[in-house]
Write a protein that binds this ligand. Structure first.
Ligand code: CA
Length: 232
């Protein structure tokens, strides 16, 4: 059971979503307004937000941006509901920070599966004092040490930073230029090709954990949401 906030102005869709998610045992709150949705998002601490792209008062795009900017709601997964032909690329990308999307008309079954997957992801990683444990990978942030299947692997300081940056934004696509800014800092003499070279080397060193870092063709890289995703 999860607390789900639905922000959708079309009454028919809203009713169907509300009914089905309640039937599935979720605690559901609905609103037809983007502004009200932002307010509820901060008050309710939902586990997940379903957000329509076209809302009458504030666009779903703006709502998503504001949710991802606010400390109270930044970590809440957002699934965008879009009509075919709307700007899906922008929606799913890093630009908005949405975690997933479904295209209308969607089947309730499809949406339920997506919701389940996202809720599972939220609980997946274990971060304790001993460090991060993610499938066969273990990272000690403090000591800058990494193990794969209990064997320690040697990473350069830069590779370590690259790994941790990707890990911290797991399940979100990171563009090469964003990685350059965040891992290398902006330097005039390096190009986005540098990122590819380093990711390649990092993957080689990661051995059994190599598939946790995925290439997203034409965009950049993504650390998977759960270890199972990489083996699927
Ligand atoms: Ca709408």
């Amino acid at each position: 059971m999860a607390r789900i906030l639905i922000i959708e102005d079309e009454q028919d869709i809203l009713s169907v979503l509300e009914y089905n998610l309640r039937q599935a045992g979720h605690d559901v709150t609905t609103t037809r307004s983007g502004r009200e949705g932002l307010k509820l998002g901060k008050e309710l601490h939902p586990d997940l937000i379903l957000l329509d792209l076209m809302l009458p008062d504030l666009s779903g795009t703006d709502v998503c941006k504001q949710l991802k900017e606010a400390a109270a709601t930044r970590a809440v997964p957002v699934v965008m509901l879009t009509a075919r032909g709307e700007e899906i690329d922008r929606v799913v990308g890093f630009e908005l920070g949405a975690d997933d999307y479904v295209v209308k008309p969607f089947s309730m079954r499809e949406l339920s599966l997506r919701i389940q997957a996202i809720l599972r992801r939220g609980k997946a990683p274990v971060e304790s004092e001993a460090g991060i444990e993610f499938g066969v990978l273990r990272i000690d942030r403090e000591a800058h040490r990494v193990w794969v299947e209990a064997a320690e692997i040697e990473l350069t300081a830069l590779e370590f930073r690259l790994l941790v940056t990707l890990y911290d934004r797991r399940n979100r696509v990171q563009s090469r230029s964003a990685l350059l800014d965040d891992v290398w800092g902006i330097q005039a003499d390096i190009t986005t090709r540098t990122v590819d070279t380093h990711v390649k080397r990092l993957r080689e060193k990661l051995e059994a954990a190599r598939d946790y870092v995925e290439t997203v063709r034409g965009v950049g890289y993504r650390f998977v949401g759960t270890p199972e995703e990489a083996t699927a």
